[in-house]
Write a protein that binds this ligand. Sequence first.
Ligand code: ZN
Length: 116
Amino acid sequence: MPPQDDDTLYCRRCRMPGTVDELDRMLWCDECKRAERRRAGWLGRALGFAAAIALSFWIAIVIQPSDQFLLLWALVVIVAFYLLSRLGQELLYGVFRIRNVPGARAGDQDEDRRAE
Ligand SMILES: [Zn+2]
């Protein structure tokens, strides 16, 4: 039996048709999830890097660590970079998924086509 049109779901981001198994519960396909994960990854790392630089300046200016603790503070900066990058990635990924800007744009195009 051929699949009925009524049962076909569409990715809410790229409007590609897919089945229940192919889309997640927010109706996104794997490719869209990967694309937004990549974008969130880069931006999250950039945020973590900026925060680590700011922390380094703060440590250098305010704390002024002695030579014997320099390695320990460097470790603090590295851990802060890692944690803030992860946090930024997860938060940004959530924001990208909720806002779904590419999907909203595709939705506008669908309505333009319907209006014609
Ligand atoms: Zn998609």
